[in-house]
Design a protein around this ligand. Structure first.
Ligand code: CTP
Ligand code: ZN
Length: 153
């Protein structure tokens, strides 16, 4: 019996694998590819995975991710594997990393926080917990929940 996943390989582009089950659409929305008429995307949701039970996979043709894309993805899918494919071969493969501090990406929910009041102060959060995601503002110590983080991405 054929038990392997049948999703076509791509010729050139980026594969985001080991995304938590059900989070693929959030990743797609972070990358703003859903309305790009030049980008072909294949999304597999809740497929069987040896490591994760179920996972999502996203294959994006002819697109490569920048540091900001990867940092945002790490907030939603901290264990995602990124494969860069060129002429059907994997040229590079790495995992996104949720960095200890998250600088500039998110806005502190505290309106009185110095990062909101005095502009060019970059927001900065430290990771209090990864699962569930809880971040703490470096300046006002306000905690930010996963839900608040997701609503900003
Ligand atoms: N992939 C692809 N097109 C290619 C090559 C690879 O879409 N031309 C995809 C594979 O389907 C897989 C991911 O890129 O989702 C990583 O490929 P590979 O390392 O070969 O897969 P696995 O060994 O199964 O990866 P892992 O052990 O990380 O699950
Ligand atoms: Zn703050």
């Amino acid at each position: 019996m054929e038990t392997t996943l049948k999703v076509s390989k791509i010729k050139d582009g980026t594969v985001i694998d080991h995304v938590p089950a059900g989070k693929a659409l959030r990743v797609v929305s972070i990358l703003k590819i859903e309305n790009n008429p030049d980008v072909s995307t294949t999304i597999a949701m809740r497929v069987q995975s040896e490591k994760l039970g179920r996972k999502d996979v996203i294959k994006i043709e002819n697109k490569y991710l920048n540091r900001d894309d990867l940092d945002r993805i790490s907030l939603v899918a901290p264990d995602a594997t990124i494969s860069i494919v060129s002429n059907y071969q994997i040229k590079e493969k790495f995992t996104v990393k949720l960095t200890k501090t998250i600088v500039g990406i998110l806005k502190c929910p505290n309106q009185g926080c110095i990062t909101n009041v005095k502009e060019p102060v970059n927001s900065e959060f430290s990771v209090v917990s990864e699962k569930p995601l809880i971040l703490r503002c470096f300046y006002c110590e306000r905690n930010m929940t996963e839900k608040e983080v997701l609503s900003q991405l």
